[in-house]
Design a protein around this ligand. Structure first.
Ligand code: 1GP
Length: 243
């Protein structure tokens, strides 16, 4: 499988359980300039809600990925560019490390392996829904996070390492440590990105800035600013971070 995320700066994550902002449509959502849309949420996501968003976004020219939160919500759809499946490295409930994945493979004998990639999550906001769900141990120092990131890349061969602060702006020192620890893996950062500056700041350490709630709470124009911040940080890097 090719690795399109290696050229991304920005991902927009749409939660199928949340409303769009004001009277915005999925056409607005798809015109933010983001490199890809990930469809996924933690609680109250159903296959029907996933499909509704997928069908609406598929009419527009933007790469589309599903991020399934459990085996029951995986939707097979030719409109998808692929599946990005979380593996939570610091989950204390092993169901979220390999258990859910094993169940998926058990009930689905037709997994689209060529379009399926894992994301090695390190969850850092203890108040996030996903931290609650997975019983994540978020008490991690920058050195711990760097070690998780290196474990993901070197031992587990993960193409994507995802530093997840969902709902809150993270510690740049931690993001920098993860950035320095990874070479071949693409580092995603997500959490609390709300404007150009916050996207620019995290984009200096991470390869890809993920924006979620902003699309639901402030709309497409606000997300467009974060795309610009992430792009500028990437363009202004003196040399590619992975070299
Ligand atoms: C959530 O990392 C994403 O999975 C983005 O987080 O909703 O805080 O932007 P926010």
């Amino acid at each position: 499988m090719s690795r399109p995320w290696e050229s991304w700066d920005h991902v927009l994550k749409v939660d199928p359980d949340k409303q769009l902002y004001g009277d915005e449509t999925f056409a607005d959502v798809c015109r933010t300039g983001t490199d890809a849309i990930e469809i996924g949420g933690t609680f109250d996501v159903t296959a029907e809600k996933m499909e509704r968003v997928m069908t609406a976004c598929a009419e527009h020219d933007v790469p589309l990925y599903q991020e399934p939160s459990n085996p029951a919500v995986v939707v097979e759809d030719e409109a998808l560019d692929g599946y990005l499946v979380p593996v939570v490295l610091n989950a204390q409930d092993p169901f979220w490390i390999t258990g859910a994945h094993k169940e998926w493979v058990r009930i689905d004998d037709d997994v689209d392996w060529d379009r399926t990639t894992t994301e090695a999550y390190i969850i850092m906001n203890p108040d996030a829904d996903v931290a609650e769900l997975t019983d994540a141990d978020c008490d991690q120092s920058p050195a711990d996070v760097a070690s998780f990131a290196r474990t993901a890349e070197r031992l587990l061969g993960q193409e994507i390492v995802y530093l997840e602060y969902s709902g809150t702006f993270g510690d740049p020192e931690v993001v920098a440590a993860a950035g320095e620890a990874t070479e071949a893996s693409t580092l995603f950062y997500g959490g609390g990105i709300g404007d150009y500056d916050s996207a620019y700041q995290m984009g200096q350490h991470a390869d890809v800035v993920v924006v979620g709630d902003l699309i639901h709470e402030a709309g497409a124009d606000a997300v467009r600013e974060t795309v610009e911040g992430a792009r500028d940080a990437s363009a202004e890097a003196v040399e590619p971070r992975s070299e």
